[in-house]
Design a protein around this ligand. Sequence first.
Ligand code: SF4
Length: 332
Amino acid sequence: MTGELVDGWGRTHRDLRISLTDRCSLRCTYCMPADGVPWLSTSEMLTTDELLRLVRIATGLGIREVRLTGGEPLLRPDIVDTVARIADIDTADGPLDVSLTTNGLRLAGLAAPLRDAGLARVNISLDTLRRTRFIELTRRDKLAEVLAGIEAACAAGYAPIKLNTLLMRGVNEDEVVDLVDFAIDRGLQLRFIEHMPLDAGHTWNRSQMVTAEEILTTLSARFDLVPQGHDGAAPAETFAISGTDATVGVIASVTRPFCGACDRVRLTSDGQLRNCLFAHEESDLRSLMRSGADDARLAQAMIACIARKRPGHGIDDPAFVQPRRPMSAIGG
Ligand code: SF4
């Protein structure tokens, strides 16, 4: 089955984000309640063979990048084998580009084997450098493991290594400069993320969000920033930091949306295709597959899903409604 994943606004989709599991080893306050959320059962989740089949079909429709997310993807027991099998998929333009976003807790032991398996890039979440604040934010005393994971990723030779920092007003915005210094000292690329309405508790409030404008004002007081714009469809707006080889990025989904160039489509761990992070409808590829559909039928479903994509997330629309599925079960 040939064809492409083009929506009604002319956007061609090349980037498939896959949530490998909805489970996580942290309980970040901006993401889920302390007790977690009802997890998907194993039977609901795609098997690795089912996952690989869908990725192969998607590459036939033009997907060239795969980003593995969660929950926490490194919790998946066969993660190294899964990465190896996905990285082994050849496309008309060469091997798939495989990357991963992690909270870093298991990275110290997995960075090297994942690299050998074909993982090209890794993004690591880091919202604070302070142990007490890390415990408050994640409800786990695991900052040391994350820092060890970052060191292991550096040692394994990933480049670039990106750090993702979600800022919350009155919580961690006083660490903006320290986090950038931390990244500069290690040759890492730090990106600040505006808090989006995707939490499991549906408690998001715009006033909690630290805006791109505020972040850049704080940074400009300390660093000389040189704008570099967006790299193609990449969500981050980046700035070179004069006098260093470093860049810093801002992912301003709420105040500076980048939907116009969006090339991302998402597959959940239970086999639902989402044409947008904020989509309200999903395409049930799992049931289709388990009911015996052939590859052409599955490809058709993917194409139809993308064709229905809205122009943007609509967060500023007074009628905006937060999606039912939380970020922890969609993936970044
Ligand atoms: S909000 Fe939706 S349309 Fe906008 S960039 Fe994200 S995934 Fe794409």
